[in-house]
Design a protein around this ligand. Sequence first.
Ligand code: AMP
Length: 273
Amino acid sequence: MKIITQAPELKEFTKNINQSIGFVPTMGALHEGHISLIKRAKRENEIVIVSIFLNPTQFLKGEDLDKYPKKDEADKKICELAGVDVLFLPHVNDIYGSDEASILAPKVRGYILEGATRPGHFNGVLTVVMKLLNIVAPTNAYFGKKDAQQLNLITLMVKQFFMSVNIVAVDTVRESDGLALSSRNIYLNKNERKEALKISASLYMAGKMVSKNILDSKEIIKEMRATLEPLEIFYVEILSRDFEKLLHVEIGNTIILVEAKVGTTRLLDNIWL
Ligand code: AMP
């Protein structure tokens, strides 16, 4: 596995490649969720490039940028074992200058749900993803469905900026008890880890209601909120794949999204129906 830290070096490397490139951007502290993105990229491309970059611009003041888990050596091993060809490990100064233009998330889609409580978060996400896609120039780029709003905004950006990369959505990987894998799960103590299960439980319950043909969004959200008690809920929403509010679940066109706080940790999850 080749390790590259400088953007110009990676640009030069990819420019000279005539094979398909699969790209998996991450912030590190890699887990099985990331590995499933890498494996999918391996299956569908000749060359796989992974980036690990803790992007400061997507963290708001007072968020967990400074304590975000770092596992540099373990991450390198995971990438090597997964058959990654190039690991891109840029420094902040290689990605950002002192006076930066930024990509702005659309006013509506970027400022609802997670964007409502983290205003500006998606501006940072879109800016760094644009930069990384320009450096790597991949054929395919892989993103998790777990971050559904991020995936939606990136897909929109790629379309609206006429970029030629293909965005691939990958299913959420969970622990055996249902908890969606996240680098932030490490913040949970034993009791919080148990409480966190209410999030996936609420989604499974919604899925069960839908399978019994209960499709009314209000009714489902009410039951989900009851299941999530006493967690602090940021939102429970039933949206179309295009992020429009749905009064009724439409099979094949629905995402049910939850974000809640467990202890001091914000956790998000969703199911696609
Ligand atoms: P992060 O390192 O948290 O920025 O995540 C990097 C990529 O991995 C993003 O596209 C995430 O959506 C994706 N990802 C994170 N957790 C999971 C998971 N449990 N299953 C699948 N993909 C995930």
